[in-house]
Design a protein around this ligand. Structure first.
Ligand code: SF4
Length: 509
């Protein structure tokens, strides 16, 4: 439960392996606890926990009965009267995309997310007073898949997200009624409109405010795709923004699968320019809002409506959180996934609508051009090891990467992971040890681009002394890569060794 030094993208590092790093050092330098009030309740919490808190407060519980606290402070809150502890986790056992890909490359061993989850469920206060444990959040399914629910002494895994389901689960636990081991939404409940979900009563980390849920583009490796897109009404968004500012955050994260499609109803995913612009303007003009960050965007709307990108940029650049080469930039996460039109057609035929799968490379490069021209630098994910991926598909992705050489972006290559509830969930995930030469080449290419583009900005923001800057830039980083190359050569084999050698050489040249 950290704001990662107010940097949402740094939260990816929780998927890295802890390796030989002492836990206390990682907690201090990577994910310090969120701010707390004098009564030790947290000022900012994960968004999902805030929703659960709100549901309970709206259903008969009061503020003295429900406390949202940092794991570090559990012992001050759990006692003989504590009936239930709710835990939210994105990645409790390290089966998420970033953990699967990077835990053994960076740090090694169990990812920090999993290490911390383990520590949390084994907290001495939980062991002593034995309240009921309910685990929810985006990664809760992992506990069942890995058969860890019983091993960790967890009473129930909450997969359902409806207010009635959440309220019933906690109410049962409080009165001593047994909950099922896996709690899901009851099929017999009448249809429900997600946009009626109550607005949070207290602020979330990074000023998170949900503006839409679900996607509907049908990418088969993805879970938001199984949910129809629902837009949260603007009045409710503004209400949550105002509450967040009042509780001390001047930065707002717009949580969405695609900012550009807010308010869009068209079956071909044509953006509703008026609705998006009105949303961003309305948030930007709320008193006290200084920073705005959208979580995700898709690329096709940028090509379809370049003027919208320009109009949004004019507002968002005034509320920028990040800089590149000393200039403010706008960013958001987006998915390139692959350069192969065959795989796009097979698994992601909706991702580029209203365009065609065969146009994917062109859409990506055009969108990057339009975004860069308007000060947007996207963070783009790419997937290696999709089921039935052939060498030709990876070569096409390499070809796309070549075309992207001159653009400003940050690339995150990831291994395919069969997430629960996605169409491809019964397929095998990609593994580090079985990557072919061409897949490693692709992996290295992404990081070469990142290092070339972002190293100067990264160092300039941290090292002000010019002599120290030169020493770190010209000597420490390249030689560190070479040393890592030797280390991996001995411990993990030839390909990782070559990867680090290659990155070291790139930096020296
Ligand atoms: S566009 Fe993104 S969020 Fe939507 S289904 Fe595809 S991967 Fe998922």
């Amino acid at each position: 439960m950290s704001d990662f030094f107010k940097n949402p993208f740094m939260a990816f590092s929780a998927g890295f392996g802890l390796g030989p790093i002492p836990l206390g050092f990682a907690r201090k330098t990577l994910y310090p606890p969120v701010e707390r009030y004098p009564n030790e309740r947290v000022k900012f919490a994960p968004y999902g926990l805030r929703k659960v808190e709100t549901i309970l407060l709206e259903n008969g519980f009061n503020e003295s009965e429900v406390a949202v606290v940092h794991p570090e402070n559990l012992e001050k809150f759990i006692g003989s009267n504590t009936k239930v502890v709710g835990i939210s986790s994105m990645d409790p056992t390290g089966m998420g995309y970033v953990s699967k890909t990077y835990s053994s490359i960076i740090g090694g061993g169990e990812p920090m997310n999993a290490v911390e989850f383990h520590k949390l469920v084994l907290n001495p206060a939980i062991q002593k007073f034995k309240p009921k444990i309910i685990v929810g959040g985006f990664g809760a399914w992992q506990l069942e898949r890995k058969q860890m629910t019983d091993k960790y002494g967890i009473d129930s895994v909450l997969i359902g997200g409806r207010p009635e389901t959440i309220n019933k689960a906690f109410s049962n636990a409080v009165i001593g009624d047994k909950n099922p081991r896996v709690i899901i939404d009851d099929d017999s409940l009448p249809d429900w409109d997600y946009s009626t979900m109550p607005t949070c009563k207290h602020a979330a980390i990074h000023g998170a405010v949900e503006i839409s849920k679900g996607c509907g583009r049908n990418c088969q490796f993805c879970t938001p795709t199984v949910q129809h897109k629902v837009d949260i009404p603007l009045e409710k968004i503004i209400q949550e923004v105002d509450m967040t500012v009042q509780e001390g955050s001047d930065q707002i994260t717009l949580v969405t699968e695609d900012l550009f499609l807010y308010g869009a109803k068209d079956a071909r995913f044509i953006p509703n320019i008026k609705a998006v612009t009105k949303l961003v303007k309305s948030v930007a003009t709320r008193p006290g809002v200084k920073g705005i960050q959208a979580s995700h965007i898709s690329l096709a709307p940028a090509v379809y409506a370049p003027q919208m990108i320009k109009d949004l940029a004019e507002i968002l650049i005034e509320h920028s959180w990040y800089s590149f080469g000393g200039k403010d930039i706008i960013t958001a996460e987006t998915g390139i996934e692959t350069g192969s039109s065959r795989l796009m057609k097979k698994y992601m035929a909706g991702k580029m609508l209203p365009f065609k799968p065969e146009q994917w490379q062109e859409i990506v490069t055009n969108a990057f051009g339009i975004l860069n021209d308007n000060n947007w630098c996207p963070l783009a994910t790419l997937i290696v090891g999709l089921p039935d991926e052939k060498e030709e598909d990876v070569l096409q992705t390499l070809e796309l990467m070549d075309k992207l050489k001159g653009y400003k972006a940050f690339y995150v290559p990831l291994f395919f992971v069969p997430l629960e509830n996605c169409v491809l969930m019964n397929n095998k995930g990609a593994e580090l040890d079985s990557l072919s030469k061409v897949r490693w080449e692709f992996f290295i290419r992404c990081w070469e681009y990142n290092i070339r583009l972002w190293k100067p900005t990264f160092l300039e923001n941290r090292i002000k002394n010019p002599i120290l800057y030169k020493a770190v830039n010209n000597v420490l980083i390249p030689y560190f890569s070479a040393i890592m190359g030797f280390y991996y050569g001995f411990t993990r084999g030839k390909q990782l060794k070559e990867a680090f050698w290659s990155l070291g050489i790139t930096q020296r040249s």
